[in-house]
Structures are given as structure tokens and as C-alpha cells.
Design a protein around this ligand. Structure first.
Ligand code: ACO
Length: 321
């Protein structure tokens, strides 16, 4: 049976790291409040010369090197972002040209913080149906550009960055390797809970992020618990068989509450929110890359990816490395 296998990963962060204390010099907040409510200690903020496209390209190059795959072998690039370099063309085409693998399929996916799960699910389906053999799946964001820096309830929560994986269509190995199950959902009735108040077709401006934090929190725990249970059921695997959960890094308290609800061992959850803050579509592949490179995630491990974001959108995917 042909399955998509994750064979490499890479990530990229802007040069400038901003601590909570530095943020508190210009925003009415404190390190104590941010750490206690969110677990965030610092975030990276893109400079003028750093864009979603440049961060995505750097992460993609590292993922290709890690997988030992040449750019010319890549037939599909899906880039998840809510902060593209331009309204069009897709930032994925910028990455394609920078890598020099022109001619294959390249497009962006917009599902905000769940974007990487949507991109991975789409790429997996395309690989299994033979539309490409090797793909780059990227999550990249420069959320600092759409934050209202006068709104302390949102601006302290987000950061910029990119993460990428290479996936390849291969026969499922003896250990039942590859992406085993994926579930994606959206419920547009909640799109006013987390949105950007602008766009090309409405205001003609980029707009700023707006969020009802408490409502998002409540829905996140319920939706994530449900979708994780669905994926485990589809794969016929028990929660205690999971080696690592790589969740969207929105808030340490959402991660704790979801783990408690499902009875997951908190030591098996990859947590990078303290270092990167919420990087939206970039957060899952960024956290995955950190845990692979520091040796936690190893070949043969069963890894659950999950995310929830504006729309609302949410999803989960289970893969054996
Ligand atoms: N610094 C200091 N005080 C603050 C700050 C800040 N940065 N932000 C809000 N406050 C104050 C509020 O004004 C309020 O003061 P008041 O009681 O005098 O009115 C007080 O802190 C409590 O505010 P709440 O909004 O009730 O705080 P809460 O405990 O709900 O935490 C938070 C807010 C962190 C946003 C929380 O609701 C949350 O994590 N929500 C999830 C949202 C999220 O993670 N979204 C990410 C995008 S979606 C996703 O990725 C899943």
C-alpha cells in the first residue's frame, strides 16, 4: 500500500527575539501575566527584509537537506499561511522559484492555525493518488504584520516563523509506517471569534487580528479532544500507544487541558510555545523539527499532529515515522 512518509524537516526563525520583558516596555503587560496565562516567554519578530516567503524558503531548504532530496525531485509544494507575501500569487510559487524546482504544482492553503494540518492532509491525498511523488509541506507566517500592537489581549500571544517537511510516496514499511489517518473539520458559524478585520474584497486593506480569547479557548479544548479521538479510532490505535503529540502551540493551558481530557502523558507532548509563542500555521512543523533534531522523535515513533484555528478550523493526523 502506498503511503506518504515524512522523510525530512526544517525550520526558520527571524533574527530578532523579543522577550516578554522587552514587550512590556511598549505594551501595558508584564512577564508574569504572559507566562501565567499562556506559558509564552519570548517570540521572534520578522525584520523588514524577512517575509513569509523568505522564512518558508529557508525552512524548505533545510527540510530538503535533511531528507537528502534535491529540489528538482519536488513535484508539489503546499504552503499554509494566513500572512502571504502578496494577496497573489501564492507564496508557494515564490518558494518554488527560489528553490529552482519550477514546473510542478505549487499553491497556498488558508486555514489559519490549522493550515499545516490542512496542507499535510491535501498533500497526502495528492501523493496517494499519484499526482506527485515527493512534496514539500510548509507552514510559514509573519503574524507580527497583522497584530494590533495597541491591543495587549492579542499582541503578546503571537510570533513569526516557518517549518517544513518533505513527504514522499512509498510502500508502507513492515512497521506500518507513513501517515496512517487524517481528519479535518471547519465550522464557519464561529468565524467572528477569531478573524482579521480587513481584506482585498472588503476594506481593501490588510487589517488587524481580532479575537475573543475565552471563547477560542473553550472551543479549542472540546474540538481538539474530539478530533484526536476520531483519528485514533480510524487508525485503530489506543491513546497510550502515541509516542509524541505535536500540537499547535497556542497556549500552554490549552495543551494541558487537552492532554488531561484525553488522559495523555504530558511528558509526551512537544511544547515550544514558551520559545516561539503562537506562530499559527508554522507552529506544528516548527515544534516537530525541534523535537526531531533534539532526538526526541525517532524512526518508528507514532506521532500525532493536531491544530485548531480561525474559522473555526481544526484537524489531526497520525503518522508512524
Ligand atoms: N497583560 C496584562 N493583562 C492583560 C493582558 C496582558 N497582555 N491581556 C489581558 N489582560 C487583562 C484583561 O484586561 C483582564 O483584565 P480585567 O480583569 O481587569 O478586565 C484580565 O487580564 C483577564 O483577561 P481575560 O481575557 O479574561 O484572560 P484569560 O485568562 O481568558 O486569558 C487568553 C486570556 C490568554 C487570551 C486566553 O483566553 C487564551 O489563551 N485564549 C485562547 C486564545 C488563543 O490561544 N488563541 C490563539 C489563536 S487560536 C488558536 O491558535 C487555537
Amino acid at each position: 500500500m502506498i503511503r506518504s512518509h515524512i522523510t525530512g524537516s526544517g525550520s526558520a526563525l527571524p533574527r530578532r527575539c523579543v522577550s516578554n520583558a522587552e514587550l512590556a516596555e511598549t505594551v501595558d503587560t508584564s512577564d508574569e501575566w504572559i507566562v501565567e496565562r499562556t506559558g509564552i516567554r519570548q517570540r521572534y519578530i520578522a525584520g523588514d527584509d524577512e517575509t513569509t516567503g523568505s522564512l518558508a524558503t529557508e525552512a524548505a531548504r533545510k527540510a530538503l537537506a535533511d531528507a537528502g532530496v534535491e529540489p528538482s525531485e519536488i513535484g508539489l509544494i503546499i504552503l499554509a499561511t494566513a500572512t502571504p507575501d502578496r494577496t497573489f500569487p501564492a507564496t508557494a510559487t515564490t518558494v518554488q522559484d527560489a528553490l529552482g524546482c519550477n514546473g510542478g504544482i505549487a499553491f497556498d492553503v488558508q486555514a489559519v492555525c490549522s493550515g499545516f494540518l490542512y496542507a499535510l492532509g491535501t498533500a497526502d491525498a495528492m501523493l496517494r493518488t499519484g499526482m506527485a511523488k515527493k512534496a514539500l509541506v510548509i507552514g510559514a507566517e509573519t503574524f507580527s504584520r497583522i497584530l494590533d500592537w495597541e491591543d495587549r489581549t492579542t499582541c503578546v500571544l503571537f510570533g513569526d516563523g516557518a517549518g517544513a517537511v518533505v513527504i514522499e510516496a512509498r510502500e508502507a514499511g513492515a512497521g506500518d509506517t507513513g501517515i496512517l489517518a487524517t481528519r479535518l473539520h471547519a465550522d464557519g458559524a464561529h468565524r467572528e471569534m477569531l478573524y482579521v478585520d480587513g481584506g482585498p474584497s472588503t476594506t481593501g486593506e490588510v487589517g488587524k487580528l481580532r479575537m475573543k480569547g475565552r471563547e477560542v479557548f473553550r472551543h479549542a479544548v472540546v474540538n481538539l479532544s474530539e478530533v484526536l479521538t476520531e483519528v485514533l479510532h480510524e487508525a485503530g490505535i489506543a491513546a497510550d500507544a502515541i509516542d509524541w503529540v505535536v500540537p499547535h502551540q497556542a497556549n500552554a493551558r490549552i495543551l494541558d487541558a487537552t492532554a488531561r481530557k484525553l488522559g495523555l502523558d504530558p511528558r509526551r507532548i512537544v511544547v515550544t510555545v514558551s520559545q516561539h509563542a503562537n506562530t499559527s500555521a508554522a507552529s506544528v512543523p516548527l515544534a516537530f523539527d525541534v523535537a526531531r533534531k533534539d532526538g526526541r522523535i525517532k524512526p518508528g515513533d507514532l506521532v500525532m499532529f493536531e491544530a485548531m484555528g480561525g474559522g473555526f478550523t481544526w484537524g489531526a493526523a497520525l503518522a508512524r515515522m
